[in-house]
Ligand binder design. Structure first.
Ligand code: MTE
Ligand code: MOS
Length: 757
């Protein structure tokens, strides 16, 4: 078992709980950090891959002739379906042909060309002759719902009896909501570099959150076993879930090219290719009916959530499960029935994105509460607080909400430290005298389940080597994407071994070091790998006990290690961890799939311009629960970054596909930063105050810490609800405000128009 309390952490040692910069911060800011594609540049005789992409949303390929490509100078090889020695599929669901006969989205790769230069490969790709027979396509989610174009499972989450709940309700309201997905826009686009050694061993360097699965896909495409393929991930320039399943096909193309030519092959997507070819956060459509009693207490919720899965399943099923498991957010709802469906549309295959469906489920209930508060004659913050979980209550899927009192504690701390009541009064006064600019304020909670719903994924391994000179090298199954996992693992190892952090180094993540790893995802990278690292360190320490006893407690670490070596004591260990106590029955959608919940509360204040709908986020206060932080500076960065990424999703980032009937139907219209607006420093609230919840140690997790990667994204609901509040101030009091998502300035302007009516 992992213990709760960190041992005494002498200052300056870099142990857990101490502030550390990101382990590679210096490399990042000086440009010396290497990413996968930097390695390609330094690889002799490397070939460059370019896709042949389809100009239709849906079509049958009637002819594909690679011959003309070979007339282009520098073209070395065209890759098509006939080249695949194993399975022609780039996914795990076997619904993603690597080389398709039926085009399923605009921009899909139908063949790849390898060239001596990227330019040669590009010209070669343009020369490949492809004939298409266009087929009818479904682009919009609402079209898919009408056409009943669905794929995969249709789960139902149910507790109690909704009919009874509605009968006990004095207010029953209903509505509908459709909201957008989100482009990951990691700074580093998808990248792979494959080489083959003299023995046919395939080595793929890949920007992947899931090296093991990349290895498995490469192996099945090539018809090899896993031990013939090694995948390494040095680091990623961001993943955000977009590299959990989507890198596999590109890695397979690189590996296939390397196998066929015997030369190293590099696949690196341009930004435009990445945006048009790779999956995004799922947009959702929701219909709902909700019942409250006279006090505004939720009695019943009935809803249908339909996600836009795009052309193939990818991770759509688990994303939908997580959405259903988070439709309660932080609120007790006695009677619940929520149905989930995944639409099949002719778009990119939507995938994991920070929160993994959780944000989508939670957006539904937050939208409901925001819209219903006026009808219940309650301030939205009062409505929310009244419905917060209390100790002893359980989620709709039956998991007790442990530490529910933390929600209340964080909420109260927020009210106290953000001078909420005074600011509410000031805002009311301001709004009364300014007809053109209105201010809004809102407070929203977050409860997010930590662990993979799929129980088997909740395991991790690590390899810790102590060398004869006492220096330590650690390897673990997690990948580094900027989130600071490696920094935390160094701190864990240093703490567990009682060494200054400088004595510990970390090696890149590779499948031949730690096998059968899970994706670094579900925010559980530090929980799982940290416990595995700690386990390995403790095994080594245990073996050193007799040596320590002989040499005395004050003997330096180096002397102990050296003596242990001479005693022929094994100085390295493989660590392992599995999360205990989890249960999940997918068929009934019941169980306790999460080790614990991460909690947070945010209060946001905005100011909206009535002429344009433009707005500013003027102040945000956050109280967030990270348990006993492993690395406070890293956690702060995760909270700020996650929050702002959520603000981007909810207020700025506006994915548009051409839904017209012209020849460009299905084309992603927002395929560059010029048309896809991302949050940047200028969208950072002028005043942002983040506090970590105190007295929050989480027992049973490595050094009492809690996962932090995803939950803060959902703190951004506070901004959306503050915008709703401000929009409402333009109209008569007590009227419900509907707000589109993303609530872009344009959408806010339309909402103001509606409010004024
Ligand atoms: N932070 C940075 N800087 N870059 C990222 O790509 N991904 C997020 C989050 N924070 C991400 C990030 C996502 S989607 C997850 S699941 C977690 O980090 C994964 O890492 P962890 O499990 O180590 O928290
Ligand atoms: Mo994160 S969406 O679980 O990679």
């Amino acid at each position: 078992m992992v213990d709760v309390r960190a041992p005494a952490n002498p200052p300056g040692t870099g142990h857990v709980g101490q502030q550390r910069p990101h382990e590679a911060a210096l490399l990042h800011v000086t440009g010396r950090a290497l990413y996968t594609d930097d390695l390609a540049v330094a690889t002799p005789r490397v070939l460059h891959a370019h896709p042949v992409t389809a100009p239709h949303a849906h079509a049958r390929i009637t002819r594909l002739d690679p011959v003309p490509a070979y007339d282009v100078d520098g073209v070395v090889r065209v890759l098509t379906a006939t080249d695949v020695p194993g399975v022609n599929d780039g996914g795990v669901k076997h619904d993603e042909p690597l080389f398709p006969v039926e085009v399923m989205f605009h921009g899909q790769a139908v063949a790849w060309v390898l060239g001596e230069s990227l330019e040669a490969a590009r010209l070669g790709a343009a020369a490949v002759a492809v004939d298409y027979e266009p087929l009818p396509s479904i682009i919009e989610l609402t079209e898919a719902i009408v056409a009943e174009s669905f794929q995969g499972a249709r789960p139902r989450l149910e507790r109690g009896d909704v009919a009874e709940g509605f009968a006990a309700s004095t207010h029953v309201l209903e509505g509908e909501l459709e909201f957008a997905g989100q482009e990951h826009f990691y700074l580093e686009t998808h990248a792979s570099l494959a080489t083959i050694d003299d023995d046919g061993q395939v080595f793929v360097q890949c920007s992947t959150q899931h090296p093991t699965e990349t290895q498995e896909i490469v192996a099945h495409v090539l018809g090899l076993s896993s031990h013939q393929v090694t995948v390494q991930c040095l680091r990623m320039g961001g993943g955000f879930g977009g590299k959990e399943m989507q890198p596999h096909a590109y890695a397979a193309i690189a590996a296939l090219g390397a196998t066929l030519t015997g030369r190293p092959v590099r696949v690196r997507l341009s930004r435009q290719q990445d945006m048009t070819m790779s999956g995004k956060r799922h947009g959702f459509h929701a219909t709902w009916r909700v019942g409250f009693d006279d006090d505004g207490r939720l009695q019943a919720l009935e809803a249908t959530l339909t996600s836009d899965g795009g052309w193939s399943l990818d991770l759509s099923e688990p994303v939908l499960s997580r959405a259903l498991c988070h439709v309660d957010n932080a609120y007790w709802i006695p009677h619940v029935r929520v149905d989930g469906r995944i639409a099949r549309t002719h778009k990119t295959s939507q995938t994991a994105f920070r929160g993994f469906g959780g944000p989508q489920g939670m957006l539904v209930i937050e939208d409901i509460l925001g819209r219903c508060a006026p009808a219940l004659d309650l301030a939205p913050e009062e409505l929310r607080r009244r419905n917060l979980y209390a100790e002893g209550q359980a989620t709709p899927y039956g998991q007790p909400v442990r530490h529910a009192e933390r929600l209340d504690r964080a909420w109260q701390q927020m009210l106290d430290t953000s001078s909420y009541d005074e600011r509410r009064a000031a805002i009311t006064a301001h709004n009364a005298q300014d007809p053109h600019r209105k201010r809004g304020l809102a407070i929203t909670p977050v409860k997010f389940g930590i662990s993979f719903n799929f129980t088997a994924f909740n395991q991790a391994g690590a390899l810790v080597h102590v060398y004869k000179d006492g220096s330590v090298l650690i390897n673990h199954g997690g990948t580094e994407m900027g989130q600071g996992l490696h920094t935390k693992m160094l701190q864990v190892a240093a703490t567990a071994l009682g060494l200054p952090i400088e004595r510990v180094r970390l090696a890149p993540t590779r499948t031949d070091k730690v096998p059968n790893t899970s994706a670094t995802a579900a925010s559980s990278g530090a929980d799982l790998n940290g416990a595995a690292v700690k386990d390995a360190c403790e095994q080594i320490l245990d073996r050193l006990v007799p040596v320590r006893e002989r040499l005395g407690a004050t003997a330096p670490w180096e002397d102990v290690v050296h003596a242990a070596y001479l005693d022929r004591i094994q100085l390295w260990a493989a660590g392992f961890y599995r999360t205990e106590g989890l249960s999940w029955d997918l068929s009934t959608m019941t169980g306790s799939p999460f080790k614990y919940f991460a909690y947070g509360v945010a209060a946001a204040e905005v100011e909206v311009d009535g002429f344009t709908g433009a707005y500013e986020v003027t102040r945000v206060d956050i109280v967030h629960d990270v348990g006993d932080s492993l690395s406070p500076l890293i956690d702060l960065g995760q909270i700020e970054g996650g929050f702002l990424q959520g603000v981007g999703w909810l207020t700025l980032e506006d994915l548009r596909w051409d839904a017209g009937d012209g020849p460009q139907r299905g084309r992603l219209a927002t395929q560059a930063a010029s048309t896809y607006k991302l949050p940047s420093l200028s969208e950072m609230p002028a005043d942002l105050r983040v506090t970590l919840l105190e007295r929050a140690a989480e027992d049973g997790v490595v050094y009492g810490s809690k996962a932090v990667g995803e939950p803060p994204l959902m703190l951004a609901f506070s901004v959306r609800e503050a915008l709703r509040d401000a929009v409402g101030a333009f109209g008569a009091p007590g009227r419900a405000v509907e707000l589109a998502s993303p609530a872009t300035p344009e959408a806010v302007w339309w909402a103001i128009e509606e409010a004024r009516r």
